[in-house]
Ligand binder design. Structure first.
Ligand code: UDP
Length: 542
């Protein structure tokens, strides 16, 4: 059944040896958002929506390891939380803990390595016993921080039993060539400390729907003001700059000066007493604010100004939900692990076309303007246009459903009920009826091919369609298709070569990929539709 007992959740987190490190998480859960989780549950129950009925859900024991908060990791994330350090991970973990607990699962939370060793072995023994004696599918799941490589010792003995139970919280995502050990060994630039796990790519849960290959976990966008309260706040001729740390402001003077001709510039940047003079003189700095104070400031502002870093954080979505227009710096050429230090060593070559690709591609005008910030004329034109849209009431606060409490509960519940990496052939999800086959254009990825027809690539069906019959069915009227050629381990298979007409099956299950593409090859793609505002799910997925 649903669990709405906040004290129980807080005491569960408080038992951890490094409980001081959970202060920010506890604060977010307790202060601002708990009642909204409960409201979401009440609304589900009232409307009997989304089949989130109690009878439909199974209760699981879930071991949650937040390694990045451990004393040993040395990350000091909690300590830097009030000093401009990264908060996105803390936001996401607060919401994962809240959502899983609200859903009634039994949680065991730890961030200490020594404690984890015992717990993991215990989980593995229990799973073995269940599998051998009860023949039931597993009821344990483990959620981990993405620093999985730290855990290789723990898993070396138990890996084969436990691997299908893992869910890795992986902010930026993992792609097939980095995930496969055999493939990554072939190319020097693919070997990274974070890759080579050889898990199903959907076991990696990301912050945004970066790629259909991984599962989109997300978070909840904080909203403090109820609609009547926020409507009564008057918007001033002001902009808030997105940048909590002083280093993010380097080289931004000219860009911000242009904007300051039209609006007053505000900031929430952490500075020591001797650093305040390093900010441009026209900036009104409030220092790091608490959630409610930040949201009041956003509701009073017209623009939220990106400066190119941090990448893909929660704040732009909060600003858009508060009714600001987000000025999103465009990247040309795109930033990726191939050309940007920040992404070096991350197990993905995904290209960011702007500071915040989700807002660029999923939200866009009039809430978001993506602009080359080195082109000051263009910046000024866009700022004027955005201000005019706000002043004529053409910009409405917007929050995609997938970032609401209900959206996150719906999505996570679907994953908990349906994702099965232990017996994937038996329990294929989403069901076959939700999937359509498409052939891409030459050199196009399945992600793009499906998207161009208003669908998303569905990697869980690659295995099922990787058969000669699929090609026979797709190319029955075409004389150019030769007999399928088996066993090729290349990222773009299953595919057809444009020149020869030869059909290729994928020879290595770890290399199935929605995002891969190679010039001269037409990819064979499983695509599915999706719910409006909830790309991870489709009508048949619930
Ligand atoms: N935040 C805050 N006070 C501030 C500035 C930001 O509480 O003065 C919060 C913000 O509401 C958001 C979180 O910090 O929920 C993460 O912000 P950001 O988008 O900057 O992501 P990060 O780079 O920290 O991961």
């Amino acid at each position: 059944s649903w669990n709405k007992n906040l004290t129980q959740l807080l005491s569960l987190i408080n038992q951890s040896e490094s409980k001081d490190n959970y202060a920010w998480i506890m604060d977010r859960i307790e202060r601002s958002l708990w009642h909204l989780w409960s409201d979401a549950v009440v609304s589900f129950q009232r409307d009997k929506e989304f089949l989130l009925d109690n009878k439909m859900r199974s209760k699981r024991k879930i071991l949650i390891y937040l390694g990045f908060l451990s004393k040993k990791s040395g990350f000091r994330i909690q300590q830097s939380a009030t000093a401009g350090g990264p908060l996105g991970e803390l936001v996401q973990w607060s919401d994962i803990l809240s959502a899983l607990f609200t859903m009634g699962h039994e949680l065991i939370v730890t961030s200490e390595y020594e404690e984890l060793v015992g717990l993991v072995l215990c989980v593995c023994v229990c799973v073995c016993v269940c599998v051998i004696f009860i023949f039931r599918s597993v009821f344990f799941l483990c959620f981990f921080t993405s620093s999985l490589y730290l855990l290789s010792f723990v898993f070396s003995a138990s890996w084969f039993v436990c691997f299908c139970l893992l869910r890795i919280i992986d902010t930026f995502g993992t792609e097939a060539p980095y995930n496969s050990l055999t493939y990554s060994k072939k190319f020097k630039n693919l070997k990274t400390a974070w890759g080579g796990q050889e898990l199903d790519l959907r076991q990696f849960y990301t912050m945004f729907p970066h790629s259909p290959d991984n599962s989109f976990m997300g978070f909840v966008v904080e909203q403090h003001l109820n609609t009547t309260e926020s409507r009564s706040i008057e918007r001033k001729q002001q902009a808030l700059v997105y940048g909590k740390s002083l280093y993010m402001w380097s080289g931004m003077q000219d860009y911000l000066s242009v904007i300051s001709k039209h609006v007053e510039i505000h900031a929430t940047v952490f500075t020591n007493s001797n650093e305040a003079h390093l900010l441009p003189s026209f900036v009104h700095n409030h220092g790091i604010l608490s959630g409610p104070d930040l949201h009041r400031l956003l509701s009073e502002s017209k623009l939220f100004i990106g400066m190119g870093f941090p990448y893909e954080g929660p704040a732009p979505l909060e600003a858009i939900a508060a009714g600001c227009v987000f000025i999103n710096p465009k990247f040309n050429p795109p930033h990726s692990s191939l050309n940007t230090k920040f992404f070096k060593g991350k197990p993905t070559a995904r290209e960011l076309t702007s500071q915040h690709p989700y807002t660029e591609h999923f939200i866009s005008n009039p809430n978001v303007f993506t602009v080359d910030i080195s082109n000051l004329k263009e910046v000024e034109r866009v700022v004027k246009q955005a201000l005019q849209l706000i002043d004529t009431n053409k910009v409405k606060p917007y929050l995609p459903f997938e970032f609401t409490h209900k959206g996150m509960l719906q999505r996570l519940n679907a994953y908990m009920e349906h994702q099965d990496f232990c017996t994937p052939h038996k329990n294929i999800w989403p069901p076959v009826r939700a999937v359509r086959l498409l052939v891409s254009e030459s050199g196009q990825s399945c992600k793009d091919a499906c998207w161009s027809r208003n669908m998303t690539c569905e990697p869980s069906h690659f295995r099922r369609i990787n058969k000669p019959q699929t090609f026979e069915h797709l190319f029955s009227s075409s004389s150019s298709a030769a007999r399928p050629y088996t066993g090729e381990a290349e990222l773009h298979h299953p595919s057809v070569s444009e020149k020869l007409g030869t059909c290729y099956l994928q020879g290595d299950n770890l290399l199935f990929s929605c995002v891969s593409r190679t010039e001269g090859y037409l990819r064979v793609c499983p695509c599915r539709n999706f719910l409006r505002g909830q790309i991870a799910l489709c009508p048949d997925c619930l």
